[in-house]
Design a protein around this ligand. Structure first.
Ligand code: CAA
Length: 700
């Protein structure tokens, strides 16, 4: 074996030659994103190997955990420089030597497109391939819309590109994306395939020489789905347009694809979705990040209601043994049965194997004896949201749990400092605020009280990773980040209703804006009693100047709590559509009359502007009080816990797109009607003065 190694300037590519086979390794951790340096390195490496007489074939693989995760997403906002990815692909595709792409880990986006331009593709088990660009507001911009259909046919390519779905090595082989699945490391599998190519046992081919059969039915079905989608996003529409060109000459298809890709790259949808991508990952940057996490080998969950059941399920899905405590045996049994149904659902949705489900069920112990929690590493309480109940429980846990155990509270509003102070070990108490259904929703607010030990915070973040959650660090305040913003924002929706809109218009306006469900429909689904209890709890501290809508309280007085009682803001009696509850509208009319309000009309846009301005204003207060670490964390909370439309990036990103000065002007204008509710937060005013954006505060 002869070996020779050269290294490019930034060591993003290494080269060696093995028995006449040139081996290019991409070495840009963590995931070989195809940034400028890597693209240049690949151009140099291919040029070098193409010109060498001692090289007959080329293997391209990635070092580390991935072949390549595609284009470097961080580069999109910057002016383009250096060779483009299509430049790299063309050099490979039209070069004199066959290129074998050897894939492992992930080959996504531009990473897969790189492989699609190779002459042979070998994968190893565990590989996942995808063209997920639409999730980032893009389309595959380096030949994916033209070359994938040449390998798989139009219907499969269209389904993969419009969904961004990941495909395993085995499926990729069956779909024609891979030529074979090798064994061992990708590099060795690639070299073995190259040897077969040189021995004439494996035929290399140019993907571009293949043709695509038209599939009018699949294309029409996809178009119909996109037309029906709300909101209608730009990227999937343009991706479909590019795919439609795949049946024609490839040069034309590639030119169209590139033009559409560049349009999307500069667009707001791409910017927002890239922001969401980094917001999700950026929440882990916390002051406690370097502190070693404690080991969590066993978990106790207290409370077998909806939250407790969901939390226990989340831990079981992640492989933790769980002891669930209820007050009576029958309740414990009911909770165990509900958890069993959740696990069944996970198996049905392909999230868990039947064996893993059996193991998870075995790992659950549900009972009433709290002393069985004496040796668990973490307890999460999810009992009734009432301070006296929480305090009483924490005192008992304090007496029972071993030293070093973490006492987590799943309170969604209450003062974690007060809860912690009830124990003899406030440093062991932390807020772990899950969102319902807790085994599905990705957000986990990690609420850090004044006395919480810093390594509890790093432990909670490590735990969140195991649970596949998006942890966001919050300090203590009423409602923490998410529910505090929600409480303020919900008032704005009540005020526009009182002033002249109705429940359906507000819901429709915010759904058209991008929320899956408007606020009144959400209340009906969750139960109106939740809001009622919150309002009662806050009644004593409500400022006299605060405008108060009695509409929801009066609906609740009728025992109408939404879907579960057949009526709320809407009727839930099986009537077609979403009819408003006529009695709720009557109550609304009576309340307007009692307040002397003559209803006026609002456009949908006015409603969205008011409600979003309210949400942003409170979010800014959360930021300036240091409750949230950075604007992107607030975006993550809203995206992963409250259904904020992802293509708008979250309220802070959206605020930047409106402009801070414009927001100040809006709040000042609304303040003429209600100076108590509409106040410009000081940070907002200051940022407007200085011309700064929230993005500047993210430290990106
Ligand atoms: N560009 C830049 N950075 C990337 C990246 C990319 N394409 N993919 C991942 N990263 C970064 C992440 O931000 C993260 O950085 P930090 O450690 O600083 O937070 C790091 O790599 C590791 O990523 P994850 O934490 O997500 O690791 P994971 O193992 O959970 O997931 C992954 C790995 C599946 C590749 C996931 O990161 C992912 O889905 N990446 C995006 C893939 C993608 O969408 N590619 C298409 C890009 S657009 C394109 O290619 C356009 C084109 O057609 C030319």
């Amino acid at each position: 074996m002869s070996a020779q190694a050269t290294t490019s300037a930034e060591t993003v590519v290494t080269l060696d030659v093995v028995d006449g086979i040139g081996v290019i390794a991409m070495t840009r951790p963590p995931v070989n994103a195809l940034g400028e340096a890597l693209r240049s390195g690949l151009i140099d490496a291919l040029t070098d190997l193409n010109g060498r007489d001692d090289v007959q074939a080329i293997v391209l693989h990635g070092e580390g955990r991935a072949f390549s995760a595609g284009a470097d997403i961080r580069e999109f906002g910057r002016p383009p420089s250096g060779p483009t990815l299509p430049d790299v692909l063309n050099l490979m595709l039209d070069g004199p030597k066959p290129v074998i792409a050897a894939l492992h880990g992930v080959a996504m986006g531009g990473g897969l497109e790189l492989a699609l331009a190779a002459h042979v593709r070998v994968g190893v088990p565990g590989l996942r391939v995808a063209l997920p660009e639409v999730k980032l507001g893009l389309l595959p911009g380096a030949g994916g819309t033209q070359r994938l259909p040449r390998l798989t046919g139009l219907a499969i390519a269209q389904a993969m590109i419009l969904s961004g779905r990941e495909v395993s090595a085995e499926e990729a082989l069956s779909l024609g994306i891979l030529d074979r699945i090798g064994s061992g490391a990708a590099r060795e599998a690639g070299i073995a395939a190259a040897r077969e190519v040189l021995a004439g046992k494996l035929s290399p081919r140019r993907t571009d020489d293949l043709t695509v059969a038209p599939d009018a039915e699949a294309m029409a079905a996809a178009q119909a789905r996109l037309d029906a989608a709300r909101p209608q996003l730009d990227a999937p529409c343009k991706a479909l347009q590019a795919l439609a060109a795949a049946t024609g000459p490839i040069t034309e298809g590639l030119a169209l694809e590139r033009r559409l890709f560049l349009e999307l790259r500069e667009g707001p949808e791409r910017q927002a979705l890239a922001h969401a991508f980094f917001a999700e990952r950026g929440t882990a940057r916390i002051p406690e990040t370097d502190l070693p996490a404690r080991e969590i080998a066993s978990v106790g969950v207290i409370g077998g209601g909806t939250m407790g059941v969901g939390i226990a399920t989340a831990f079981l899905l992640a492989g933790y043994p769980v002891r669930l405590i209820e007050t009576e045996a029958a309740r414990a049994e009911a909770a165990a049965a509900a958890i069993g149904r959740n696990l069944d659902g996970a198996v049905k949705r392909g999230k868990m194997s039947a064996e893993a489900r059996a193991a998870a069920a075995d790992a659950l112990r549900a009972g009433c004896d709290m002393t069985t929690l004496a040796d668990v590493d973490l307890v999460v309480e999810a009992v009734f949201e009432e301070m006296s109940v929480k305090i009483e429980l924490m005192r008992r846990l304090d007496a029972i749990c071993k030293p070093g155990a973490i006492l987590g509270t799943n309170t969604s509003y209450l003062d974690v400092n007060e809860i912690a102070a009830a124990t003899s070990r406030p440093e062991a108490v932390i807020g772990l605020h899950f969102f319902s259904p807790a085994h599905v929703m990705r957000l986990l607010e990690v609420v850090v009280a004044d006395a919480t030990a810093p390594d509890l915070v790093s432990t909670a973040f490590a735990l969140a990773r195991q649970l596949n959650k998006v942890p966001v660090r919050s300090r203590v305040c009423d409602g923490f980040i998410g529910n505090r913003i929600l409480a303020h924002y919900r008032k704005s929706t009540e005020y526009v209703v009182l002033d002249g809109a109705d429940f359906a218009q507000v819901d429709r306006a915010l759904e058209e804006f991008g929320f899956a469900m408007g606020p009144f429909a959400v209340s009906d689904l969750a139960g109106l009693d939740i809001g009622m209890l919150t309002r009662r709890r806050k009644a004593a501290t409500r400022p006299a100047e605060e405008r108060y809508s009695r509409v929801a309280d009066r609906i609740c007085e009728q025992q109408w709590f939404g879907r579960k009682s057949g009526r709320g803001f809407y009727l839930h009696d099986g009537t077609e559509g979403r009819p408003q509850n006529p009695d709720a509208l009557r109550i609304l009319a009576e309340e307007r009359a009692a307040e002397g309000i003559s209803p006026r009309s609002f456009t949908d846009q006015e409603i969205v502007d008011r409600c979003m301005t309210a949400m942003i204003s409170e979010a800014v207060r959360v930021l300036e009080e240091g409750i949230a670490l950075r604007p992107a964390d607030i975006d993550a909370v809203e995206l992963f816990g409250y259904g904020f439309p992802r293509h708008l990036g979250g309220p802070m990103h959206y605020a930047d797109s409106i402009g801070i000065a414009n927001l100040v002007a809006r709040v000042e204008a609304y303040a003429d009607e209600d100076p108590h509710y509409w106040q410009v937060p000081e940070l907002m005013r200051q940022m407007a003065r200085e011309g700064r954006r929230f993005a500047d505060l993210n430290g990106e």
